[in-house]
Design a binder for this molecule. Structure first.
Ligand code: ADP
Ligand code: ASP
Ligand code: MG
Length: 319
């Protein structure tokens, strides 16, 4: 059975209209693919805001994290209100409130201690994805699709290297198949948190900033998926960062090696750890635009022998 893993970045779930567009892409793909797994990032800006709350609390500020919690509640609630009738919002609203009170309690603890450990930072920064899955899944359910939220702490088992944890492949494979296959067999679309995992003891870890791309690759390998689509806010991998050079062009095709180099040397479009697991399994990888779904995007291909000597793209690491 063909399996597709689709990952939507922060902008793709950043507000109601984006969530609707992302859901349309999921529903269209579900017509062609018997098994679809969706991985989502936190809404854009949320991970930064959570970390700002933690760091300001550690520095002695007992007020900023409370303002951040209120802003995050408004951001998530505004999206829910724009997406679905009040009767459909209940569960997602409750989940958002639960996680925001957890955020306040954790920041309070950090404030009392006067320090935020790497472990605490991971628990705090995990909350963005743990909220965003409920928005997309609730919307999919509200339009009649079968969908269920899944926290990747049940799937991706990692070491305790907080802030850039390493997945343990056998444990992850077993846990992922045990949890997701029953859903996929029933035609349910799992909406899974990007970015996070957990140790064998169940302590939350994160895979590093921008790590939701990596989550998609890890799950694709664990499920023996056929394709991974990274859905973002540009038409694919471009000749350079279009935020710096507006005339940048989309590349139709890049090899694994080329995209690895670009990612490693700072092109934010793909997390550098994403590529290796998918090449090793021969899983097809695409980078596509949520906001321009007609555009084919960029396909990442095996070395095709045509690349030597060509300069495809330019990237920069600031500072
Ligand atoms: P997401 O939240 O979807 O993961 P990111 O912001 O992490 O999105 O990555 C997409 C951004 O990467 C684009 O908006 C673009 O500014 C930046 N970028 C940097 N280099 C490139 C490149 N070579 N091609 C495309 N996008 C790039
Ligand atoms: N939300 C996380 C971050 O901002 C992971 C991701 O977006 O890929 O780093
Ligand atoms: Mg990203």
């Amino acid at each position: 059975m063909q399996t597709l893993v689709m990952k939507f970045g922060g902008t793709s779930v950043g507000k109601a209209e984006a969530i609707r567009q992302s859901a349309d892409i999921v529903l269209a793909a579900k017509k062609d693919w018997p098994r679809v797994v969706v991985v989502v990032s936190a809404m854009s800006g949320v991970t930064d805001a959570l970390l700002k709350g933690a760091h300001s609390a550690a520095a002695g500020d007992a007020a900023t994290f409370r303002t951040i919690a209120a802003d995050l509640r408004n951001k998530h609630f505004a999206a829910l209100e724009a997406l679905m009738p009040p009767g459909a919002q209940g569960q997602a609203r409750a989940e958002v409130l639960t996680y925001l009170s957890e955020f306040e309690a954790l920041c309070h603890a950090v404030n009392v201690l006067g320090e935020a450990s790497a472990r605490a930072l991971d628990t705090i920064s995990s909350l963005g994805e743990r909220m965003s899955i409920h928005l997309l899944a609730a919307y999919l359910q509200s339009v009649g699709a079968k969908s269920e939220e899944v926290e990747a702490s049940d799937l991706i088992i990692t070491d305790a290297h907080y802030q850039s944890a390493n997945p343990m492949s056998d444990l992850t494979r077993t846990a992922t198949q045990a949890r997701l296959n029953p859903l996929l067999d029933r035609d349910v679309i799992p909406v899974v948190t990007g970015f996070i995992g957990a140790t064998q003891d169940g302590v939350i870890t994160t895979l590093g900033r921008g790590g939701s791309d990596y989550s998609a690759a890890i799950l694709a390998v664990a499920l023996d998926a056929d394709e991974v689509w990274i859905l973002t806010d540009v038409d694919g991998v471009m000749t350079t960062d279009p935020r710096i050079v507006p005339g940048a062009q989309t590349l139709a095709e890049l090899t694994y090696r080329e995209i690895s180099e670009l990612a490693y040397y700072g092109a934010k479009v793909l997390h550098p750890k994403t590529i290796r697991p998918v090449i090793e399994r021969g899983i097809a990888l695409w980078v596509k635009n949520t906001f321009n779904p007609q555009h084919p995007g960029t396909q990442i291909v095996k070395d095709n022998g045509h690349t030597h000597g060509d300069i495809k793209a330019v990237t920069v690491i600031r500072g």
